[in-house]
Design a binder for this molecule. Structure first.
Ligand code: F6R
Length: 565
């Protein structure tokens, strides 16, 4: 589970009726060295990587958590919203808490109900009935039983002939089995060495289908690259070339729903939201479909006008982002139809959608989205192209595009040199107009998360309405300036900036004297540029991270799938 991004790690195994629990702060590889795992025998166990929400990054706050005794240990993803009330109640009856986490209440509740009733199933169900918020938790009991339950957080079982896995992501066990059972909300599972039983909240047994998961595990390897992020950046030409080839019928069904909607509302978070901004531009201007964007975390405050004639199109790499899932559920509640574009076809988002399109770029391990963005964009271009009967000419353009991305990758050494030059930059402004504005936002996001540099993306025209006051001789401004209708206005803006002493970096296919630093991109059809011009930012951010001794695969404080609100 390491790929998701985390700050601490823990593991508990059961050996001869006793739980052995060890944990520490840091990465799996580093913490493992300190834990003497060889002493942790047993054929039942649970592990967790934590991304702090409640309580600092400390040993005590790392999972697994015991209750008062060492007879039950739990791990939890999600947020227990009523943890304060539960904690007070439990302290009132004598429970002693050792961490500042919301999760620890689960261990104490389970312990309380188990001591009272001596029945694991009842104890788990009674515990779940008390929890408000989102959870996927797994508990190990000293007798070797494992149980788990979920509500609005994923929990998946993997089955092999000799036993079972239980994980928040299929990648946790895909190495061993591709047979997965997806638990429904409020399901409880109980496993021991022989049996697997799933119950609903009434304690009645339920059957959940086994899904055969298809996934290219090989691509989780870093191959010849130093980091997953670099490998994923390099995969983009091939991903673009093969977009949409296997799913034309699905794409057409998707298009039909879009065509018949009154309004399409696009939503997503972070990088996926930047894709939504470009999708809005393409849908409105080329497919002539009325489209709006709402960033997922704001969705719940903007529900007016969403009804059964609306279509919500959610874009997400993971399909597990809590903000996105919350937006989707709110739209469903208002009667909207749900479409999604998602990389993980077995994710919660794909499963809740009326129709979804898989972006098929393979697992993205680097915490920063790179290839998934390009793949999402290519898929959007394909969809819009079909909607406007080939007006973008995207189908014929994919091979050219793959070649254009390869040409930029060939200039990696030069971009690396530019990164060395920018390593001490404290503020970088990125400007672009029209369909290039979302790329300015995306470029800024890459620089922030990978290189920890304050970076701001904005429309070039807005600069003079305020931000120009920030420009001084130590500022850097990157101008996304392809040779299209935005070119001349951008050059005018560049002169205004230069007059204030800033260093200007031009990303363009057309050189100009105003640039102090020039990153050349290949010329392309104007509407296609966004897919090309994002690549220099990804490479720049990657090498800036290295120049600043940051790990590009695991930026500090960030998780790959943000499954909490
Ligand atoms: C940025 C990044 C995040 C994600 C965001 C949404 O590089 O990775 O901003 O784009 O957390 O994630 P998904 O697409 O999985 O919903």
């Amino acid at each position: 589970m390491e790929y998701r991004g985390y700050d601490s790690v823990g593991i508990a195994t059961i050996n001869n009726g006793k739980i052995i629990l060890k944990k520490g702060v840091g990465r799996v590889a580093d913490v493992t060295k300190t834990l003497d795992l060889a002493s942790m025998a047993g054929d039942t166990g649970v592990g967790h990587t934590r991304w702090a929400t409640h309580g600092n990054v400390t040993n005590n706050n790392a999972h697994p958590h015991y209750g008062c005794t060492d007879r039950i240990a739990i791990v939890h993803n999600g947020i227990i919203e009523n943890h304060k009330e539960l904690k007070e109640e439990l302290i009132g009856i004598g429970h002693i808490f050792k961490s500042d986490t919301d999760s620890e209440v689960i261990a104490h509740l389970l312990e309380k109900y188990y001591v009272d009733q001596k029945d694991i199933k009842k104890a788990v169900i009674d515990t779940c009935k008390r929890l408000e918020g989102a959870y996927a938790f797994v508990a190990v009991f000293e007798n070797g039983t494992i149980c788990g339950s979920r509500y609005n957080e994923p929990l998946i079982i993997g089955s092999v002939d000799t036993g079972h896995f239980i994980s928040s992501d299929i990648l946790g066990f895909l190495e061993y089995t591709n047979k997965a059972i997806y638990l429904d909300n409020r399901d409880t599972v109980i496993l021991d060495s022989k049996n697997l039983q799933i119950f609903d909240m009434n304690g009645d047994p339920v059957n959940r289908a086994i899904t055969q998961v298809a996934w290219e595990l090989a691509s989780i390897d870093k191959g010849k690259y130093a980091h997953h992020t670099l490998k994923e950046i390099h995969e983009q030409p091939v991903i673009v070339e093969k977009t949409g080839t296997q799913n034309l019928d699905r794409i057409d069904e998707f298009c039909n729903i879009l065509k018949n909607s009154r309004t399409v509302i696009l939503t997503g978070s972070g990088t996926s939201y930047h894709c939504a901004l470009i999708a809005k531009h393409l849908l409105s201007n080329f497919a002539k479909i009325h489209a709006e964007t709402i960033v997922s975390s704001e969705f719940q405050y903007t529900l007016d006008g969403i009804d059964s004639s609306s279509v919500l199109l959610a874009i997400s790499q993971s399909g597990e982002t809590a903000d996105v899932l919350q937006a989707v559920k709110a739209a469903k509640h208002m009667g909207a139809r749900l479409l999604s574009i998602v990389n993980i076809p077995t994710s919660s988002l794909a499963r809740i959608s009326d129709r979804f399109l898989p972006v098929e770029c393979g697992p993205e391990v680097g915490v920063a989205a790179t290839k998934s963005f390009t793949a999402q964009l290519s898929l959007i271009y394909t969809v819009v192209d079909r909607l406007c009967k080939g007006c973008l000419g995207f189908e014929d353009y994919k091979v050219f595009l793959g070649g254009a991305l390869r040409k930029i990758l060939d200039t990696e050494v030069e971009i690396h040199r530019i990164a060395e030059r920018l390593r001490d930059a404290t503020d970088i402004y990125i400007i672009g107009r029209s369909i290039h504005y979302p790329i300015a936002l995306e470029g800024a996001l890459k620089l922030k998360e990978l290189a920890y540099i304050h970076a701001e993306g904005m429309t070039a025209g807005e600069l003079k309405h305020g931000p120009l006051a920030l420009i001084e001789s130590n500022s850097y401004v990157i101008i996304i300036n392809p040779n299209d209708t935005t070119f001349n206005d951008n050059i005018a803006t560049a002169h205004e900036i230069k007059a204030r002493g800033a260093t200007i970096i031009g990303i363009s296919d057309r050189p100009n004297d105003v640039y102090d630093i020039f990153i050349k991109i290949p010329s392309a059809k104007s509407i296609i540029y966004p897919i090309i011009e994002v690549l220099p930012f990804q490479i720049l951010a990657y090498y800036l991270a290295l120049a600043k001794n940051a790990d590009p695969d695991y930026p500090r404080n960030l998780a790959k799938s943000v499954t909490v609100k």
